[in-house]
Design a protein around this ligand. Sequence first.
Ligand SMILES: [Zn+2]
Ligand SMILES: [Zn+2]
Length: 798
Amino acid sequence: MTACESDLHPDTPPESGISLPGGRIRSDPGTLMDRLVQAPGRAERLTHLERVPAREARTRPWPSWVHPEVRAAFESRGVTEPWLHQVAGAEHAHAGRHVVLATGTASGKTLGYLLPALTALASSTGSRRGSARTATVLYLSPTKALAQDQFALLRDLDLSGVRVTTYDGDSSMEERDWARDHAHYVLTNPDMLHRTLLPGHARWAKFLAGLRYVVVDECHHYRGVFGSHVAQILRRLRRICRHYGADPVFVLSSATVAEPQVAAGRLVGAPVEAVTEDGSPRGETALALWEPPLTRLTGENGAPVRRTATAEVADLLADLVIEGVRTLAFVRSRRGSETVAMTTRDHVARVDTGLARRVAAYRGGYLPEERRELERKLKNGSLLALSATNALELGIDISGLDAVLMAGFPGTRAAMWQQVGRAGRDRQGAVGVLVARDDPLDTYLVHHPQALLGRPVESTVFDPANPYVLGPHLCAAASELPLTEDDFTLFGDTTAEAVDALTDAGLLRRRPRGWFWTRRDRASDLADIRSTGGTQVRVVEQGTGRMLGTVDAGASHSTVHPGAVYLHQGVTYLVQTLDLDESAALVERAEPDYSTTAREQTDIRVLETEREQRWGEANLFLGSVEVTSHVVAFLRRRLVSGEVLGEDPLDLPPRTLTTKAVWWTLTQQQLAATGLQPADVPGAAHAAEHASIGLLPLIATCDRWDIGGVSTAFHEDTGEMTVFVYDGHPGGAGFAERGFTDAGEWLTMTRDAIAACDCDEGCPSCVQSPKCGNANNPLDKRGAVAVLDALLAGRMLE
Ligand SMILES: [Zn+2]
Ligand SMILES: [Zn+2]
């Protein structure tokens, strides 16, 4: 979620809505777009313009059960009547049904859960009956910043007798004690629940016994391995609540995602109702898809190179600033966001030096007061443009802007609409521009608008049954209260098996009353919920000893090997040594004029086939695999041009990963029918593998860096040409599974993306990959289309 959800005023215009210097769009979104494409050469870059019509507000009367004081507090803030989705969500929760509200950015989902939650608190604290148990509410958010914003909102509502507090890593001992003993509404995050609140539940007995609602805000952030962890933490919470006689109702808020009911149900581990009909008003939105032009530069293997998305965004941002349009630009990296702000300032200063001061970059780690100050400046128009990384890092209330620029597809359609939703609330028109980066997914999207706009957004993917996640949480649960067979259904089908394995490993001990955690260390330390599994390698600055960050052990050989260029907050370092025993990489500040890419040899072994589908002669499989990767060397490439400067050998041991994969095979006869020469098959399979990794994020909510692939003209386990795509995390995160389930759609898009690319021999927009361990060699673009055609033709026969 974005903090803007905390804005509850559906019927009052934003405070800057009148006419402030450099405020509003002065013309409708269509006219503004026309002006952006007027510059020479620009018209060809606009590949599609989608106009999403305005939507009228739909309201419903206040539910009769809403406490008068709660209603009055909202009415005094300008809410005359709630929107229909707010009422629908509130009614489900009040009736005791778990519910997920999956509506747009800035649609006021907050009100949907505050009505039942605050009504329960106001009724309970106001009641004179000493016997009634004081009601409590627990609020969980993926970030601290978001919880701080909720806190500010609740404090402003100022309901008598309702005590609200935040409980996070920054809270002092006194604050923590106070929260536990006195607060009715506690705002925290899954990390605190996992590490502190659940292990110390006895001290929270009174709070937990009264727990009526658990709010899970912005639940679409709980995806992949992190999502699997949070799902298990919520199961532990439900078990502990049951122990204290409480059965809280879960109210979840989510961005608009496909099947919100399924994802929320998986997260909570119980059936959940979904509210998806959005009653909030919106102005017209013009969404432009934009492709930067090719440059004269050439990259790897002579491939053509496009102008960067950040350079293009800086141009557009400068034009918008000069027009007085308040704009937010989303850029992938912090360094990129700094570059966009700097370049934009240079551009606008040529027109009016005063304008340069009205462009800023947002860096993470701001204090709440600093964030408020930025919000204020954007609202009153003294700041016209902000370039920032992603919304999660922002945690800042900046909705109601006029335009949003995106340097690259933000990974999922849900995230894209969240970002576009920052512009144009209420009846204001808005402009969004998605500027493609030079990769297969972005290129595909700007040329296939129906893949972006004509279908529902993707589902949130995670797998609570991942054994690498389940095991540690079963240990944590057993240390909180002995596990019994009654608990097995709650934790899922594979629990009995997992408990046996943990008992055999000596982590749990069986006694008459159940399974116990008998070790002295803290069971909750077994699960690091923010990491993707496995140990972390620390990155330490040589000389100062300052820790810069951590890297997953699984990725350490390819990212912090000796000689690697390491980026931290826009500063470059060179890795001096990688100490595998100490799990530490020592780095030194440097300004090399090159980047590094690891060369890796990867082997894959099929451990077990779980599911299978026949596409004519071809076959598709899902199962568990063991991936062995060996980083053997690295390449140094000149910045900008990508020219290879040299290759240096490395001496690192191989690593193995047990995970889930989806793979497909073609028979010899099918290959022969494509007309490909045997020597072309490895390049064809390799190119198909790269592009399918690039496109999987359109089906599953993952990043191309979350997954890997292996391709071969002949694989020992299948006896045929095989392309594997695997989850990059131990035990899998559900991405390969989603690829298998939606294979037809996924591989059709992959085929079309390659075929539609303008290049001759393959380029970063289609089959080249920035993370290829084989230096993008061999790659056969036309061969990739041929093998995918053969595969998909088989599907038609079924
Ligand atoms: Zn291409
Ligand atoms: Zn490759």
